[in-house]
Design a protein around this ligand. Structure first.
Ligand code: SAH
Length: 396
């Protein structure tokens, strides 16, 4: 039996909970010290012990747990089953689409269970557990997926500090061990995916719509610079869209082989493209020295990065990043500015764009903007969950 702990909500936070805020914030709770074991069921109550909502205890940097329901229902196998089946039902279109075989099947609080995501990669499931608390429901979640039948294997990533508690250091959970890479399709493009090789699997599914836009509407005949390129997913989209050439820049050594692989699985000749293992900020200097101008530049940095020479934070340094980019983008060229930093919204992001272009005394026009794609369901009461912001900016 799971223990249930009553947590008293401060008066000033009761309205948030009633409205359906899914995150349990430490600041909202009077008796946080009552929490002992992660995975315990939490009943949020008001000062007269009136029931408000039920959730679980799981520490993430965001909060101390997630609300699961506003009813006094059991958090058991059938609870998880009902949530996951509902999520699958919403993604029927993806299951039927033969051109796209990788998508997010369950998106945390957007699908009713914060701290848990499940991605689908051509009959493989990848579960991300974001706290020890949600991990304690592993058996139920696995059982739901297993009951669906017709899958190859379930893999998992523990995205929390396991403090040495879980010894196995293998992401395989159940089914038949995969042979990687698995080649998934996305709008007809191919991507090599590894589910057993660290936190990042080779492709970020949330950029699907952006990759499609680049391929279908922007790339033809262009020289495209892809910065923070990782496995080069945007370069592949551009090349398939008829780009003259792509240049991919990432400082991780393995990015080069990974990018070559992505070109190759798409039948593209990687030798016609430039793949550089290099710090993006050094590359900017190099490009300026050689007076290079690109027709299109993709900027998709991590929210925070630390290299030997510098630290970078999108919340602070994005304007500077844009200024460097503006200098090497041709007139009428396109800058694809992206960030997944949840700590600021689109308005602030557009402010960064305004600031950078003003400093550079350059005109611009935002021609398109993107947020998370449809499979990354967002909880309306939790806008921070809608973290992705992408702007297509034309340089004037
Ligand atoms: N845009 C990629 C995802 C980027 S992930 C995509 O769509 O798939 C972030 C990448 O930034 C990582 O591969 C990391 O190695 C790289 N990175 C971080 N700091 C960097 C720097 N200063 N210069 C170049 N690459 C950097």
């Amino acid at each position: 039996m799971q223990t249930t702990i009553e947590l008293k909500v401060k008066d000033s936070f009761i309205e948030d909970i009633r409205r359906g805020l899914p995150l349990i914030n430490k600041d909202a709770i009077i008796n946080e010290q009552a929490l002992k074991e992660e995975g315990s069921i939490i009943d949020l109550v008001d000062s007269r012990r009136g029931f408000l909502a039920r959730g679980y205890y799981g520490r993430q940097n965001k909060g101390i747990g997630w609300v699961l329901t506003n009813k006094q229902e059991a958090i058991d196998f059938s609870f998880f089953q009902q949530k996951i089946l509902k999520a699958i039902n919403k993604r029927k279109g993806f299951y039927q689409n033969e051109e796209t075989t990788a998508f997010r099947l369950f998106n945390g609080e957007g699908d009713g269970i914060g701290g848990l995501t499940i991605d689908y990669f051509d009959r493989y499931y990848l579960i991300n557990w974001y706290s020890d608390g949600i991990y304690s429901f592993k058996e139920q979640v696995i059982q739901v997926l297993d009951n669906l039948g017709d899958y190859k294997a379930i893999y998992e990533k523990k995205r929390f500090d396991t403090k040495g508690k879980y010894m196995e250091d293998d992401d395989f959970v159940k089914g038949e061990r995969g042979e990687f890479p698995v080649i998934v399709k996305e709008n007809g493009m191919r991507y090599a995916v590894y589910l057993n090789d660290g936190a990042m699997v080779g492709i970020f599914l949330d950029q699907r719509d952006v990759r499609k836009a680049i391929r279908d509407k922007y790339a033809k005949g262009k020289h495209v610079l892809n910065t923070f390129s990782y496995t080069g997913a945007f370069s592949i989209a551009a090349a398939l869209g008829g780009a003259d050439k792509t240049t991919s820049v990432d400082l991780a050594k393995r990015s080069k082989a990974k990018t070559i692989e992505q070109f190759s699985v798409n039948g593209l000749d990687f030798e016609q493209h430039d793949i550089r293992v290099m710090d993006v900020f050094d590359y900017f200097q190099y490009a300026k020295r050689h007076q290079l101008k690109f027709d299109m530049v993709v900027l998709d940095p991590p929210s925070f990065a630390r290299s030997k020479k510098r630290t970078f934070s999108t919340a602070k340094d994005y304007p500077k990043l844009l200024m460097d980019t503006i200098e090497i983008t041709a007139k009428n060229g396109i800058i694809v500015a992206s960030t997944n930093n949840a700590s600021f919204g689109m308005k602030k992001f557009k402010g960064f764009v305004e600031k950078a272009f003003k400093q550079m005394k350059t005109g611009y026009k935002i021609v398109e903007e993107y947020h998370l794609p449809a499979d990354f369901q967002v909880n309306r009461q939790f806008p921070q969950g809608n973290y992705l912001k992408v702007l297509f900016i034309q340089v004037k």
